[in-house]
Design a protein around this ligand. Sequence first.
Ligand code: ATP
Ligand code: MG
Length: 853
Amino acid sequence: MSVVGFDVGNLSCFTAVARQGGIETVANEYSDRNTPCVVSLTERERAIGSAAKSQMISNFRNTIFGFKRFLGRSFDDPLVQSEKQWLPYTLVAAENNRVGVKVQYCGEEKIFSVEQVTSMLFTKLKSIAESNLGKPVQDCVISVPLYYTDAERRALLNSACVSGLNVLRLFNDSTAVALAYGIYKQDLPPPEEKPRNVVFVDMGHSALQTAAVAFNKGKLKVLATAFDNTLGGQHFDRRILDHFAAEFKIKYKIDVKSNKRAGIRLLSECEKLKKQMSANSSDLRIAIECLMEDKDVHGKMKREQFEELSADLLARVEPTLQRVLAESGLKRDEIYSVEIVGGSTRIPAVKAMIQKVFGREPSTTLNVDEAVSRGCALQCAMLSPTFKVRDFSVQDSCPYSVTLSWKAPMEDATDTEIFSVHHAAPFSKMLTFYRKEPFELDARYTNPQAIGYPDTRIGTFKVNNVVPTAEGESSKIKVKVRMNIHGVFTIKQASLVEKVQVQVEQPPAEKTEEGQVNGQEPMETETPEQKSDATEPEADSQAQMETDEVQTATDQEKPQETTPPSPQEPEAKKNETEEKKTKSKVKLVDLPIVEDLFMQYSVDQLNLMMEKENELIMNDKREKEKADARNSVEEYVYDMRDKLCDKFSEFVSEEESETFRAVLESTENWLYEDGENETKSVYGKKLEELKAMGDPIVRRAVEHSSRPAAFNKLGSSLMHVFKFLQLWNEKDEKYDHISEEDVGKVGKLHQDISDWHNVNLQKQSQLAKHQDPVVTTGDIMTKVKELTKVCDPIMNKKKPVPKEDPPPAPEEKKAEGEAKPDEAAADTGEQQPDDQQQESSETEQAKQDMDLD
Ligand code: ATP
Ligand code: MG
């Protein structure tokens, strides 16, 4: 199981993993922890992250960025429409009026939905985590802006699922930051004491998010959140761009906004300038060569001017901060610290505004860029069984209030706010309805202004298979609604409560079944999902309490149909004490729920998306293999060409060198022309052809350097045998036990190999270096082995010890050993046992000495 956290930002993404050593933000293939949120489609493949960012200008029409805000939205959405003007790529209405991107990919015009583009990004992030962890990654926690609606959250979940990720939780950006802050704090107040209140401010590229969080030992509770989802770093960049675009119109007579490539170059320079202005208050220069119409442009700006230009944007920071303060109910002096994260909190005027609102300097306890991903990885570790993490309960809150409406038979629709804004999440509530037939529940956001979008739909849930009771009355239906762990509204379960008469045969003492039956009602039963939410113990008790409120409302709707549950219980108990054989039991029958969720992909559509993503992954793989094969040919061409003039120059004739160089050159040309886009096998064949010409040259050079040592070795082996033959002929007593026949064998082989050695050594010395050698190093070493194999056993044969001789005294043995001629014994390896014997006898002596002492 993997433990991974992804911070998917509008500009950049960060990946954090949990390892034995703790949480770590990991780097991508460019050794960069920041992976740009960019996808670029090309003629042959797709580039994602850092590789895609480098194509933002050269391939601007097919390079997609800033798409996080379009997820789960329709093409007509006002935000989508207003962003269109800033994009160099083309947004179109895709299937079901979703936001699509029109690009050229693999020579064809294609439309990808932003959900598909997001899947591409996830495929990359997944592979970054995998290459760092060295194993497949599925389980993860992904950050989302706290202002994401249900449709946006579901779209992100769908995109992650298409890339093969299993999202354990969608974690609100600021809650992730709060967890990363709180879990390491050892000095948080105990649960019974007043909490430590901390405000988190995250200003990124696209939005400003804040949360007021109460910390006690082992837990955090999000008290309130506030955001401005159209106020981030990019809005300041655009403001600077507007300024220079107007200036350049007058100064250079160019309209940067009419030229997408120029627009994107200028925007990028404006961002750089903005960052410089954060650190520097003097005049700063912007200069771009050949921006458009062959004109080089330049301009300057200083922080003061930037603050004037963006005064309205800077002013919008305050109301969001004031809102979180007001809605949290905290007074300024109840706030322990204000922690800032997100790149745009580096803007001095933003920092000053935070200081003004909260009356204190903002703190940077956390890593401004990596805190979100680290919080996500921590949450993933807490939800995964792989790691043991300190207990820490996380109670998040709903960013928007949710209203549920339903229609009673013959009556107007009724609605109730089922989750208020800042209500604890995740959270379940139980509702009771009385119905004779299937019915629909309609969920929507209460306040269109809050979500900034007129369409407040969440979804419609039809509860099916509802039938009247046996008496023809309305059945009691229990419906469990839930704000789930991802912050998505769901109707988890609907059950029909059926009363049945059963025969009971247990003795009175065991007749507690009614209670147990009641206990099985979902209201009181912890569902598996609730168990997994280690964060909501308080939620359950509140759910029950608030359920009653909702239930009362429902009961009032049809008072005559209400069957109050409480009177039943004493009656049942009475039945038990009287030991009656029949009693009424409550049975829960699960009812099917048919969901129609706003902006939701169908299962078939998701499967199709998955299929397409897998095709794209396969294509990337093929392209990578092809590129690797092509690179191998290219590398070989360059490498050989250099070496022919240098390292290998002596080992190749002029004629051969010329021919080979011509082939190398034509191969190089082929690589950039006809052979630019060939298959892996074509490149493989080409490399083989080149190697067929190059390998003999390489071999000659290698042989040349290794041959002398081999000839030396053979020479010394021959000399060793020759000395043996000489001593034997001189009747040396050392070898007088070796038979004539054996010596004959040694002599013959010595002669043959000596001849071979002399002939080849001479032939080789007459050859030029560029000619193929007469013998290889391998051939020479084979001769060495042959000689050793036959001669060594004969030469090293042990001299038999005469039986009648008494064993020599240790001193004599030692002296004898010392007198041995070393040449003969050196290679035998038989000296070792003698040595050991000697050693052990010495040890014996040492032991004895010790004993004596
Ligand atoms: P979001 O959270 O909105 O989805 P994100 O997480 O990708 O976006 P961050 O990485 O937190 O955003 O911040 C990026 C923004 O911060 C960019 O607009 C960048 O220009 C801005 N930024 C980074 N450094 C500085 C700086 N020194 N001064 C001003 N702005 C900066
Ligand atoms: Mg961010």
